[in-house]
Design a protein around this ligand. Structure first.
Ligand code: PEP
Ligand code: MG
Length: 322
């Protein structure tokens, strides 16, 4: 089965009734590009940029970042590359940043919160992104967004960087797509408001699950509660997809759930047409996409939204996959 999946990995994935579902790769550095392309990635749905910061002993310079982003954009040529801005804090520490200890780091000063509070660090990354965007199809994504004000501030810093670069005569991307991750329950609940101010949204089920179920994603004591297939999480996924469709923008998913081939039909039924995952999962998810019928997928989605827990959701998924 694996061989069959691999043989068709490089072809685009359409459902049995002809709907395109884009299958993209999550990458953590330019070193992951080859595996992504070999497994049939139709672009990058999540480029985690933390490696630049974690592997260094200093804040990465604009030039260092520019080179890394450019490499990935060039490798994917005209295919979309979603680059996520720095998601530091939470469980990810940076020795040279001397971040203060927090009692509840996952509920604290992480990701977009940290970046907006440190505009110099943030603007270095935004400048590098704008310059690299000249070399491909760049989509910039902000993590951990919780409210509209954060979106507006981030977009305004991006415009500021664009103006500054243009004034200095430095070439910048003519147009880029600007989006946010939906990984905080508040953002999913208010997705209709957020959708009006961005070009795309991508659901991060890893964090969305831990925040929705109040179960730390890395704590073994509550691992039995941590379940991305919990109907409460899926209801938030549905809400986000509906808001995106209403606003006429794309809703994708880049959390681990997107890479589970048993969940593909349910996810398509919930309204997702863009799934991003680790490279190895791409061939089999494409096989699953090709078996989906949209009508049945929608019925299935309605069914799982009424399930009582994740086990019931998986039992429903299992039934249709057998
Ligand atoms: C997520 O939260 O689902 C996500 C994709 O981001 P990360 O795993 O990097 O927090
Ligand atoms: Mg996350």
């Amino acid at each position: 089965i694996r061989e069959q999946a691999l043989s068709q990995a490089n072809e685009d994935a359409y459902t049995a009734d002809g709907k395109r579902v884009q299958v993209l790769a999550n990458i953590g550095s330019p070193a992951d590009v080859d595996a992504a392309l070999q497994n049939g990635a139709e672009g990058v749905g999540l480029f985690r940029t933390e490696f630049l910061y974690l592997e260094n002993d200093h804040w990465p310079t604009e030039e260092e970042q520019y080179q890394a982003y450019r490499k990935v954009l060039e490798a994917f040529a005209d295919k979309p590359v979603v680059i996520r801005t720095l998601d530091i804090g939470g469980d990810k520490d940076l020795p040279y940043a001397k971040l203060p200890k927090e009692e509840n780091p996952f509920l604290g000063h992480r990701a977009i919160r940290f970046c907006l509070a440190n505009p110099d660090i943030f603007k270095t990354q935004l400048r590098a992104l704008l310059r690299a965007g000249v070399h491909g199809d760049l989509w910039v994504m902000f993590p951990m967004v919780e409210n509209l004000s954060e979106v507006r501030q981030a977009k305004s810093l991006l415009s500021e960087c664009r103006q500054e670069l243009e004034l200095a005569g430095i070439e910048v991307a003519a147009s880029i797509q600007i989006g946010i991750m939906i990984e905080v329950p508040a953002a999913a609940v208010n997705a209709d408001q957020l959708a009006k101010e961005v070009d795309f949204m991508s659901i991060g089920t890893n964090d969305l699950t831990q925040y929705t179920l109040a179960a730390d994603r890395g704590n073994e004591l509550v691992a039995h509660l941590y379940d991305a297939a919990h109907p409460a999480v899926l209801r938030l996924v549905k809400k986000t997809c509906d808001a995106a469709h209403e606003a006429g923008i794309i809703a994708g998913m880049c959390g681990e759930l997107a890479g589970d081939p048993k969940m593909t039909e349910i996810l398509v039924g919930l309204g997702l047409h863009e799934l991003s995952m680790s490279a190895g999962a791409i061939p089999e998810v494409k096989v699953s996409v090709r078996q989906v019928s949209s009508n049945e997928a929608h019925q299935l989605a309605d069914e799982v939204l009424l399930a009582e827990d994740g086990d019931q959701v998986r039992a429903i998924a299992e039934k249709t996959n057998s």
